[in-house]
Ligand binder design. Structure first.
Ligand code: HEC
Length: 310
């Protein structure tokens, strides 16, 4: 091989290497945009479920929110500022978030774990509001989002960089100054909160007990809708939505007790140390509601029987 041939070969190689680096950089950029979208879908989805659908987040849901919400902001800021260290910051949130989701999934799916549950009063973490196709729950969706972010970060971290070089330099987003970025993000967050507040106010009035339940006991008995709405508002926080089968309400318990006994139980609640307690979790008196009328309780118990004793 002559010297000029060798030179041409080396040039060729370095051109190939440059092309492969460029494509790796493009992949990393796109992956980070996908991660940004995943974090925003997860953030808006979680706000929609708690603020619009009225599902109360449990303790472990909160831990995952603590990791997910800042990710939505940090990924946006890092991309606009074209900071190639972005994956390192994002991983600090995404990894603990993924661990929290995994633990939450174990709480829901593995009975042995449910015993360690840390939230005794309030919404049990082992209850699931959402059960798509019979097994996909909210923490699984969260885990998917965290994994997307982690994979994108790992792809980005593997791009070989020369000193001072950034694969985000050619990002399609306009490069903004740090102060413009901060102002933009503050505006976006305020807008999101305002929107979520507006949606909360405009959501269908939560079954305001007295207004949806007719006053006369005979009428209450026939109003299945009112009882169903009351259940979703007052009981589903802990017992799960009716269509998920009302966890912690045993069918045999209903069969073995009269309406009056069940009503007495709902009125009084059941402490964790009560000899009848089977789950180790407490039910507050009236499910934590003030002023459930007898008529409402009659309708509720009829509804519980209808769903559980079918
Ligand atoms: C803050 C959480 C919470 C709320 C809200 C709540 N419950 Fe409960 N409930 C529980 C727990 C926990 C148990 C299981 C206690 C045990 O292990 O014995 C329970 C048990 C019950 C039982 C007895 C089930 C059985 O098999 O022994 C009935 C009936 C019941 N709840 C009805 C209701 C109704 C109706 C409402 C709505 C008005 C409601 N609960 C709201 C937490 C709650």
């Amino acid at each position: 091989m002559t010297a000029s041939e060798a030179g041409r070969l080396a040039l060729h190689e370095s051109r190939d290497a440059a092309a492969s680096r460029a494509s790796q950089a493009a992949l990393a950029r796109n992956a980070l945009y996908v991660a940004l979208a995943a974090a925003w879908v997860a953030t808006c989805g979680s706000l929609y479920m708690s603020e619009v659908l009225g599902w109360i987040p449990c303790l472990w849901c909160w831990y995952q929110r603590i990791a997910m919400y800042p990710l939505a902001v940090i990924l946006a800021a890092g991309l606009v500022l074209r900071d190639h260290r972005l994956p390192k910051y994002a991983l600090c949130l995404a990894i603990p978030g993924a661990l929290a989701s995994t633990y939450h999934i174990l709480l829901q799916k593995v009975p042995a774990f449910a015993r360690f549950e840390s939230c005794v009063i309030g919404v049990p973490c082992s209850a699931d509001y959402l059960n798509l196709f019979g097994f996909i729950t909210i923490p699984m969706l969260a885990l998917a989002a965290f994994v997307i972010v982690i994979v994108a970060c790992v792809i980005a971290l593997r791009v070989p960089l020369a000193a001072g070089e950034s694969y985000l330099a050619q990002a399609p987003l306009p490069a903004l100054s740090p102060s413009a970025t901060v102002s933009l993000i503050v505006v976006a967050i305020v807008a999101l909160f305002t929107l979520s507040g507006a949606m909360t106010r405009s959501r269908q009035a939560p079954p305001s007990i007295t207004s949806t339940l007719p006053a006369a006991p005979s009428a209450v008995g026939t109003s299945r809708e009112a009882a169903a709405a009351l259940y979703e508002q007052a009981c589903a926080g802990c017992h799960g939505p009716a269509n998920a089968g009302m966890q912690l309400i045993r069918e045999e318990y209903l069969r073995q007790h009269s309406d009056l006994e069940v009503i007495a139980l709902i009125r009084a609640g059941r402490s964790a140390t009560d000899p009848d307690n089977f789950s180790g979790k407490a039910m507050p008196a009236n499910g934590g509601q003030i002023g459930l009328s007898d008529e409402q309780l009659v309708a509720l118990v009829r509804y519980l029987r209808e769903v559980r004793e079918r």
